[in-house]
Design a protein around this ligand. Structure first.
Ligand code: AMP
Length: 569
């Protein structure tokens, strides 16, 4: 059944959660159509004042899950210094800025003031801003403690503390800082803990600091492998700023016959479809803001192959009767494994093969692991197509097109046109000139630029960065000799690296590549065994996917090499 056309749809899913009207209006303006699973599960208990323990990685919509309820609890009439009602603790400066930006977007209409405070930035500016009055302070633990000790942040009126990416904060050695910060907050408060894993040490924090929490785990049921057996799943890691360029490049190389490109929001559907149209694609936009008539027209054009690309939100694509598409592209990672499985099920139907492509931002690489678990099949992380790949693809396409024209025949009159040139020039040159002229007319001569590769680099607290760098330098040596040095208690995964002795690869090259690309300390890399054409390297399980993603866009001995989880291990 087609989804209803709806101007009332956008906020509908959110308004059922009990959010205030100003917040609902902000979400509609941002083009959000429905809450993600973590938002559906976490917002009502948080609004009701309950503690929450939630398993959610970046990409699930977790930020809005804790930020939206915070906006319902502001105290705008308090004296500026006493106004702070929420403290959000995050592992990195980058995340502090992202969360502050999200709260600003959601809370602009409510007049909410959010301030990120992190190490490495001057204290004075932060102190001045805090004095002026801040509703939500988003801080890295070290800097939060600094402000608490100097009494430059006032926490007595806090109603909520959020621990965001708690597992990363512990990984970075912030456990003691967290304890000290929590001890400085009022005893009566709401605590929300978000973490990609609910490992025992997270459970331990929860036991001490959370009271009768609502425990939220969004686990997908594993799908039957048969359902998506013929879908090849690939992913590209790409920074937000380069996503549109990357999408265009991938489509140019993949040349889908018909594809659905999924985006998170209406606004993004509009932007992406406009950009693709400008690049010469037949692209149609489909989202919940369109009337039934508009949708029908869009679908008619897509089915009649008048457009090869349908750019859609999940809500709009739900219930669409599209028999088969060659490609499903996740322009944004879906917010849960279920949505991923549902999206990619639209290709590879009826025993045909299909390709599912996911663009993931560096911080979202964990989601890929969840999708692999849900589908029981690997997702291959590929380097972005280079300009050379694009050129090769264009050459292939041009050759295919010429072959077709040659097979069609009926070239007699055209032969007459070029025959007089044959006495002056070589026939191959004449053909080459004709193709060059055709390419010029199509604008295919334009020089394309390389898209910068993104790497999955866990960011660090600046103070710890120096320490980690020192450790890395110390560690590089023993590991380079192939010694087994591993972090205490790490479960190790084996990675296959497609370069070995024939390329004169030594263990040190692999340690160097991993350390440079991911920031993982050398001490945490296990045995490295170099074979003739490949190498096997042991790395901590939790970092394995990040390393695969990072190395697949990096070079070893100046060469791009295949890196994946070792199938034997
Ligand atoms: P997060 O997992 O919090 O990093 O969020 C991932 C991205 O999803 C962010 O870019 C959000 O703006 C976006 N987002 C969060 N919730 C929704 C929603 N309900 N609908 C559409 N986009 C969303």
């Amino acid at each position: 059944m087609p989804t209803r056309a709806t101007s009332e749809l956008p906020a509908a899913g959110f308004s059922a959660l009990g959010l205030p009207d100003t917040t609902l209006a902000a979400l509609t303006a941002l083009g959000y159509e429905e809450p993600t699973p973590i938002q559906r599960a976490a917002i009502p208990p948080l609004l009701a004042g309950r503690d929450v323990l939630a398993q959610a990685a970046t990409g699930t919509g977790k930020t809005a899950a804790f930020a939206l309820p915070l906006l319902a609890n502001l105290r705008p009439n308090a004296a500026p210094r006493e106004r702070t009602s929420a403290l959000v603790l995050v592992p990195t400066r980058e995340l502090a800025m992202q969360v502050a930006e999200a709260i600003y977007r959601y809370g602009q209409a409510s007049g909410a003031v959010a301030l990120p405070i992190y190490g490495g930035a001057p204290m004075e500016g932060q102190i001045r801003s805090l004095k002026r009055g801040v509703d939500v302070v988003i801080a890295t633990p070290g800097r939060a403690l600094d402000h608490i000790r100097r009494k430059t942040v006032f926490l007595a009126n806090l109603t909520t503390v959020v621990l965001d990416e708690a597992d990363e904060m512990l990984d970075m050695g912030f456990a003691e800082d967290l304890e000290a910060i929590l001890a400085a907050t009022p005893a009566e408060k709401q605590v929300a803990l978000f973490s990609a894993t609910l490992a025992p040490r997270i459970a331990a924090i929860a036991r001490t600091h959370l009271r009768d929490p609502e425990v939220i785990k969004i686990d997908a049921e594993k799908v039957k492998a048969g359902a998506i057996a013929k879908v090849r799943q690939v992913a590209y890691i790409v920074g937000r700023a380069h996503k549109t360029a990357a999408l265009g490049r991938i489509l140019d190389v993949e040349q889908p016959t018909s594809a659905i490109v999924f985006c998170r929001t209406r606004n993004e559907v509009d932007e992406v479809s406009e950009t693709l149209k400008a690049q010469g694609y037949g692209a149609e936009a489909l989202h919940g803001g369109l009337s039934q008539d508009q949708r029908d027209r869009v679908m008619k054009r897509f089915r009649a192959k008048g457009a090869e690309l349908l750019v859609a939100t999940d809500v709009a694509a739900r219930g669409l009767d599209v028999q088969h598409v060659s490609h499903v592209v996740n322009y944004d990672v879906p917010s849960a494994s279920d949505a991923y499985v549902h999206r990619i099920g639209r290709t590879g139907r009826a025993g045909r093969s299909g390709v599912a492509i996911t663009l993931a931002e560096p911080r979202e690489h964990r989601m890929l692991r969840n999708f692999e678990r849900a589908t029981g099949r690997p997702i291959e992380t590929l380097p972005l197509p280079t300009v050379a790949d694009l050129k090769a693809r264009r050459v292939e396409a041009a050759q295919d097109a010429l072959r077709e024209v040659l097979r069609e025949g009926g070239l007699e009159s055209w032969r007459g046109l070029v025959a007089p040139l044959a006495s002056e020039f070589d026939p191959l040159d004449i053909a080459a000139a004709a193709v060059k002229q055709a390419a010029r007319a199509l604008g295919n001569e334009e020089e394309a630029a390389e898209i910068p590769a993104a790497t999955v680099r866990p960011e660090r607290h600046p103070a710890r960065e120096r320490e980690a760098d020192r450790k890395e330098r110390k560690a590089a040596k023993p590991a380079a000799r192939g010694a087994v040095v591993r972090g205490k208690g790490d479960t190790m995964a084996k990675l296959y690296v497609g370069a070995g002795r024939k390329l004169k690869v030594r263990p040190g090259d692999i340690v160097g590549a991993i350390a440079n690309e991911t920031g993982l300390e050398g001490t945490r890399i296990g045995t490295i065994t170099v074979f003739d054409r490949h190498s096997i390297v042991e790395v901590p399980e939790g970092s394995a996917d990040g390393i695969v993603a990072a190395l697949s866009v990096a070079t070893i001995k100046g060469k791009k090499v295949q890196v994946r989880r070792d199938r034997a291990g």
